[in-house]
Design a protein around this ligand. Structure first.
Ligand SMILES: [Zn+2]
Ligand SMILES: [Zn+2]
Length: 334
């Protein structure tokens, strides 16, 4: 099993950002390659600590880690890691090896719909999606292969370009093998030489309360696989379905109610809906049309914050009235 990021940082799940930073600093000092030359154990620790902090110091990543943590499919969805971070970490170490960019599979983007009630209460979602996974039958080689004779198996070639400032040499992907370093001689029957197969994945998770339209939940390493590389990521985007009566603005909720003329003039109390059930509110005598009543803490919640319910009072105009009512209204004029 993969080690827990909190354990690695010797931290607790409810530690705040400051505490995490302090613990990260202490540990990265302790295991820094400058202090521990030629110590593979310390190197390993240093990398672990950097990775753990990279995730936990990022609000969105930490939330995702807390959510998907180690429960998902029995594995750690963050195994894929982050290519850029790997580059940064590896740059600390002189392995006498040419540093090569890590190849990363493409990301997958899916959307899930949520009602305002689900945003308010939180919801457990189960999603199915398809991703490319490295073929196990051919070990993601695509079949029987031979070394590419253009790049000699390196996957990239040096490209020399004559420019006004002189000859510039850069490395480009090999056109002959598409960067794989090998050419397929006999295609694998399982993946037809593609090296990857399409797999249906199932993911279960709790969507955090108060999430907003357009936000992404990111699951590291659950995107597409790529031969000789790390997996892409999965982006689950939230699409909030508009509510029939409530309008959302941040954590506040707006709604409009209509009341008869008499109730606005003389004052009244009336029941209104909230996401948490009905509440009774007081209408003051002489309330004007368009007046907004704010009911504290009856909006949406998110972490420690709670929004309000804003109720706009509107006038109910009867479409049909009888003679008696008509004469009563007439009498108001005088
Ligand atoms: Zn295959
Ligand atoms: Zn090649």
């Amino acid at each position: 099993m993969t080690k827990d990021y909190y354990q690695i940082l010797e931290a607790n799940k409810d530690d705040d950002d400051k505490t995490l930073k302090k613990k990260y600093r202490q540990l990265s000092k302790k295991y820094h390659p400058d202090v521990n030359p030629d110590n593979p154990e310390a190197e390993e620790k240093f990398k672990e600590v950097a990775k753990a902090y990279e995730v936990l110091s990022d609000k969105e990543k930490r939330r995702n880690y807390d959510m998907f943590g180690s429960e998902t499919n029995g594995g750690n969805p963050f195994n894929g890691g982050n290519a850029n971070m790997d580059d940064i970490i590896n740059s600390f170490f002189n392995n006498n090896q040419r540093r090569q960019r890590v190849r990363k599979g493409s990301d997958i983007r899916i959307t899930i719909k949520m009602s305002m009630e689900e945003v308010f209460n939180g919801v457990h979602k189960k999603i199915k999606y398809k991703r490319n996974e490295n073929c196990v039958s051919c070990n993601a080689t695509g079949g029987k292969t031979k070394i590419c004779n253009v790049c000699n198996g390196k996957g990239h070639i040096n490209h020399i370009q004559n420019t006004p400032i002189g000859r510039v040499q850069n490395t480009i992907q090999c056109h002959n093998c598409g960067g794989r370093g090998t050419i397929i001689m006999e295609a694998c029957k399982m993946c037809n030489g593609k090296s990857t197969i399409i797999k249906e994945e199932m993911l279960e998770f709790d969507v955090p309360i108060g999430i907003e339209d357009g936000e992404n939940l990111i699951v590291r390493g659950k995107g597409n696989s790529i031969p000789n590389g790390i997996n892409g990521d999965l982006y689950v985007q939230i699409v909030e379905v508009p509510h029939n009566t409530f309008k959302r603005s941040g954590l506040d909720i707006h709604q409009r109610i209509t009341l008869p003329y008499k109730n606005l003039v003389l004052g009244d109390s009336t029941e209104v809906n909230t996401l948490d059930g009905k509440i009774r509110i007081k209408i003051k005598a002489g309330t004007e049309v368009g007046h907004i009543l704010r009911v504290s803490k009856k909006g949406l919640r998110r972490e420690n914050r709670v929004g309000d319910m804003m109720i706009e009072v509107w006038l109910e105009i009867p479409k049909e009235i009888n003679d008696e009512e008509k004469s009563k209204i007439e009498s108001l004029k005088n």
